[in-house]
Structures are given as structure tokens and as C-alpha cells.
Design a protein around this ligand. Sequence first.
Ligand code: HEM
Length: 228
Amino acid sequence: QRNLPPSPPGASTFTFGRDTIKAIVSDVFSGGTDTTSASIEWTLSELIRHPNIMKKVQKEVTELGKGRSMITEDDIEHMPYLKAVFKETMRLHTPLPLLVPHEAMDDVKVMGYDLKKGTQLMINAWAIARDPSIWEDADMFKPERFLNSSVDFKGFHYELLPFGSGRRGCPGVQFAVSINELVLANLVYKYDFALPNGVRAEELDMTELAGLVVRKKDPLMLVATARF
Ligand code: HEM
């Protein structure tokens, strides 16, 4: 924060120096890397466990890819099923299940509970996303549930909050969704995947490893075969 010119009269006293920039860069790296790789691993795990869903998503990308070498970001906008697959993965495998801790800025009443200013709050987005009073077949992987639904995960539908909501919600949401969808589309476009050593899809261990970011306990191992 050193060597900065004094703020002009009336300007915010918030200073934006070298330390702030370093903190933001570190925040972006720590917030963006593990979450993204965990999401891709969970999506591929669900696809390998559900061959019919894999077939449908491969059909969608193959029809749009038309033999080109890459799927592009523009193609993704025409892939409702792939988008539904990613959204359903975010619902069942919320990468940051408790989001990040929040703090009440004022005394508030929420659903009959009094929360004093300064109270730390944890929001269990994982439990909300699997609540059977909100979701039909809550524990099942069913991307179709999002095909004719307006429910999105950008923070406006409180039943689905993998990226949080409001001004401390994930600032990387747009980038995260684009990059995850693009990587997934290209992976399933270019490769067929199989489990090694005769492991059957129904035997795939989906145990979660507890942590700030929830990953698969056993890292996913797949054999990839080029499709063309
Ligand atoms: C699937 C991928 C991702 C998921 C599920 C995710 C989820 C989240 C969640 C739940 C929060 C806390 C929001 C809250 O408590 O209300 C958060 C914060 C944050 N995310 Fe993401 N994120 C993802 C990818 C990314 C990417 C790619 C970036 C950067 C390029 C990023 C940058 C950040 C940063 C900087 C914060 C802290 C914001 C703050 O403290 O105000 N995230 N993310």
C-alpha cells in the first residue's frame, strides 16, 4: 500500500496497492483451480456411471461438432443437454458444500431466528441441493430435470447455490461455467471413456473426501480412446 498518491477529496479511503493485487491474484488461483478440476472429475464420474446419459451428451456434441477438430464456445450455446449435465453435477456434487463463511452485517431475523450483527453463518448449499422437499429423486443424477426449467445456478434461485449468491457470490461463475462446459464438451467429443481393469460402472466408488472443496476420495481413473 506504499507510495500511493493521497485520495482526492470525497473519494473512498480504500487503498488499492500491491498487497491488494497480490491478495486478489492468490484468491483467484485458490478459488478457481481445485473447484474446476473437482467439477470435471465429478461430471465424468457421473457420466461413466450413467452410460445412457453419456451417449446422449456425446450425440449432442458430435452432431454439432460435425467432425471439426474442436468444440468452440459458440457451439456450447447450442448444447442444452451438456449444460443440464453440468448443472446437475453442480447440484449433486456442490464443490464448496458450505460455500465460504459469511457474517451478518446487522441484527437480522431469518425464518424466526434472531442473528446478531457479527454472527458467522455457514450455508449448507449441499444439503439444500439434495433436499427431497424441493427436488424430486433428490439423490439421483437426472440432467433432464433442468431441460425445461428456469432454475439456474447464478445466485437467483436459492434452491441451487453452488456459486453462492449476492455480492460475495463467486465472481468467477461465468468463467467457471464456460471453462467447465468447454472442457467437458471437448473431452466427450474426442474420446470414449471406460473404467480400467474390468471395474463395472455400478462399482465406481463415489465416496466424497471432506474438505473445503469436496473431491472424490478415490481419484477417477479412466481409459480414453480417441473417437476419430
Ligand atoms: C466450478 C467452479 C467453481 C465453483 C463451484 C465456485 C464456487 C464458489 C463459491 C461457493 C464461493 C463463495 C460464495 C459465497 O459464499 O457466497 C466462491 C468464491 C470465490 N470464487 Fe469461485 N467457484 C468456482 C470457480 C471459480 C473460478 C474459475 C474463479 C476465478 C477465476 C473463482 C474465483 C472465486 C473468488 C475470487 C472467490 C472469493 C470471492 C469473495 O471472497 O468475495 N471461482 N466460489
